[in-house]
Design a protein around this ligand. Structure first.
Ligand SMILES: C[S@@+](CC[C@H](N)C(=O)[O-])C[C@H]1O[C@@H](n2cnc3c(N)ncnc32)[C@H](O)[C@@H]1O
Length: 377
């Protein structure tokens, strides 16, 4: 059930102290991580490492307390977690929803479904899992007439994915070039680096990684084909970075790995399709929250909510409003919320996180005559 007036407006703003602390923590870590947490040693190559038993580290959800506070789940409500992952955000939300509430979990990674079974067995509330990309899951729910009271997005890859070294998300571990969140899709990092034209690879590195050396990295990648492992890719990237540029900007492969991962998983297109669909299914008075980890994600969320929270769109030279446009969103976070320095200290991966949230006021932004005023970003 939708509940008007629930949800809390938070005004704590991006904490630059936290961001600096995060940067410090990240720099303090070794350039190459000490290696995956295996029960046995001897992980020299991907093949050797693959025989070892992987022990997943404890997962700590990012900005979880802030997300729960701002979305304020109430007993008996329905929430949709579009990025279930390891259920780190779903758990505290489900506790608030109680036995009468429902949590619908979505994720395209089968490992998330395994985690959801454990979550479901604990039985904090009614629940179901949709193994799907955002958009088809949201379209299916719209078809069923489901109107959630809360919707959560926590974009990017999960700790579970990055720590599963054999999936190739991390530049710190030797692994096949994979990076697929959905292992059933055919596009992988190997296809991009070995088959895409040089100019297309350069564009990916530039647009999704804001990588200054995109052109020379793409040239080096193409020159070294075929590339088989993450180490081959790291070597190509390092070879394209002049020694003077290798210091002070973190690991030289960080941005390129982010860029290729975004391209493999079509992450930005998925967000662009998901936000308007999610807003459509959200109940009136429902709350939607999104956690982003880089500006390409956050910019989309910020624009989307701002567009819906905007009233009059008359040109400034018109003294009296003639458009009559009413906003259909109220911002619950005036500015993006960032993790506290304590959270960044505990979980350096949270350093770049931003949370934005809004409450839905009506089913459509309207002009004064009740006609649709558009309003989808
Ligand atoms: C940052 S993790 C979420 C972690 C989760 N909130 C937690 O605390 O355990 C993002 C998750 O969203 C999933 N994901 C990313 N893009 C997706 C998409 N377009 N459709 C469905 N799932 C997606 C990933 O597979 C990953 O498990």
């Amino acid at each position: 059930m939708a509940r008007r007036g629930s949800g809390t407006r938070l005004t704590r703003t991006v904490d630059t102290g936290a961001r600096k602390a995060g940067a410090r923590s990240a720099r303090a870590r070794p350039a190459v991580a000490p290696g995956p947490p295996f029960r046995a040693s001897g992980a020299g190559t991907a093949a050797a490492a693959a025989k070892l038993e992987y022990v997943p580290p404890d997962h700590e959800p990012v900005l979880a307390a802030e997300l729960v506070e701002v979305l304020d789940p109430q007993p008996g409500e329905t929430f949709l977690d579009c990025t279930f992952g390891a259920g780190g955000h779903a758990r505290p939300i489900a506790e608030r929803l109680g036995a009468e509430g429902e949590l619908i979990a979505v994720d395209r990674d089968p490992e998330a479904e395994r985690r959801w079974r454990e979550f479901s067995a604990a039985g904090p509330c009614r629940t179901r899992f949709l193994r799907s990309d955002f958009a088809p899951a949201l379209e299916g729910l719209r078809g069923e007439g489901v109107r959630p009271d809360g919707i959560v997005f926590d974009f990017g890859m999960s700790s579970m994915q990055v720590d599963a070294w054999e999936r190739g998300f991390s530049y710190a571990y030797e692994a096949p070039l994979d990076m697929r969140m959905d292992p059933d899709q055919s596009l992988s990092a190997a296809v991009i680096v070995n088959e895409w034209p040089q100019e297309r690879i350069a564009r990916v590195l530039r647009e999704f990684g804001e990588e200054r050396r995109a052109g020379s990295m793409a040239r080096e990648i193409v020159r070294r084909r075929p590339l088989a492992t993450t180490s081959d890719l790291v070597a190509a990237i390092k070879a394209a970075v002049p020694p003077a540029d290798r210091f002070g900007r973190g690991h030289p492969a960080k941005r390129a790995f982010q860029a290729i991962r975004i391209a493999v998983n079509g992450e930005l297109e998925a967000i662009d399709r998901a936000l308007p669909l999610a807003w459509t299914v959200l109940a009136i008075a429902g709350r939607m929250g999104a956690i982003s980890f880089h500006s390409l994600e956050d910019r989309r969320v910020k624009r989307f909510f701002a567009e819906h929270a905007r009233g009059c769109v008359c040109p400034p030279e018109i003294p009296v409003c003639v458009c009559g446009r009413e906003p259909d969103a109220e911002l619950l976070t005036k500015r993006a919320l960032a993790p506290t320095p304590d959270e960044v200290e505990r979980n350096p991966r949270s350093a770049s996180a931003h949370l934005r949230a809004a409450r839905k006021l009506s089913d459509q932004a309207t002009n004064g005559n009740g006609h649709s005023g558009g309003g989808q970003a």
